[in-house]
Design a protein around this ligand. Structure first.
Ligand SMILES: CCCCCCCCCCCCCC(=O)SCCNC(=O)CCNC(=O)[C@H](O)C(C)(C)COP(=O)(O)OP(=O)(O)OC[C@H]1O[C@@H](n2cnc3c(N)ncnc32)[C@H](O)[C@@H]1OP(=O)(O)O
Length: 194
């Protein structure tokens, strides 16, 4: 059962997604877009440390291991953490489009409980693009990459300029990011015309 609303149906003039010619090759690890990111960064002790890999076309796979810090009910992953894992996986599709985009809408189905210690096997792909709007879908399976679907999501990401972060982020972190050559390099890897 899917809860996708009309807002997540691509319009009639939407186009299929185009993989950027300089996108990472299928199988390549994408790395973190920001070390302090709760989803993918290495510097967040309780973060998800989600590792995504480029797939074929405009798709990615990712893995996330549920740890005790991620509980909601005793021994089970918090739903918001699972939504974060889906959001992060969907966000990593931007590496393949070489576009900077943020989540505008995320609709999530929770189909099965996910115990602590579980590896969540995620897959995401872009389904359509319409102007700045990027439509995408993701699943998270348990028990193996071919196991049953525990969570799924449909999303709309909206393309933004790097100014979105500069204008809205807390100045301390923006300054630190802009003074970090690694961060500048990662931000540029998202952009077609850095
Ligand atoms: C140094 C930096 C490094 C950066 C690294 C990369 C970081 C990546 C991080 C990834 C981390 C993981 C990911 C994260 O967690 S990203 C973090 C969570 N997301 C956000 O914080 C985003 C907050 N929202 C906004 O900033 C604005 O609302 C955005 C930018 C999204 C749109 O405001 P903007 O003023 O720009 O545009 P617009 O309002 O004209 O809308 C444009 C079009 O979109 C349609 N629309 C909009 N919203 C919705 C909606 N909810 N449902 C349906 N449709 C929606 C809208 O109807 C319109 O359509 P149309 O009229 O054209 O047909």
């Amino acid at each position: 059962m899917s809860g996708t609303s009309a807002a997540l149906q691509p319009p009639a003039d939407a186009a299929p997604p185009v993989r950027h010619p300089d996108a990472p090759a299928p199988g390549e690890l994408l790395g973190a877009h920001y070390g302090e990111c709760f989803g993918c960064g290495g510097a967040q002790p309780h973060g998800l440390h989600l590792a995504a890999r480029a797939g074929e076309g405009v798709s990615v796979t990712a893995e996330f291991t549920v740890r005790p810090a991620h509980q909601g009910a005793p021994g089970l992953a918090h739903g918001g953490v699972l939504a974060t894992a889906l959001d992060e996986t969907l966000g990593s599709l931007n590496w393949l489009l070489r576009t900077i985009a943020v989540t505008g809408r995320l609709e999530t189905d929770f189909a099965r409980p996910v115990p602590v210690g579980t590896v969540l096997y995620l897959e995401a792909r872009v389904t359509a693009v319409a102007g700045r709007k990027i439509y995408s879908t993701a699943t998270g399976r348990i028990g193996g990459p071919e196991g049953p679907v525990a969570v799924r999501a449909d999303a709309l990401f909206v393309e933004v300029k790097v100014d979105h972060f500069i204008d809205n982020g807390r100045p301390e972190e923006i300054r630190a990011a802009m003074n970090d050559p690694d961060q500048v390099r990662r931000a540029r890897a998202f952009e077609v015309n850095p």
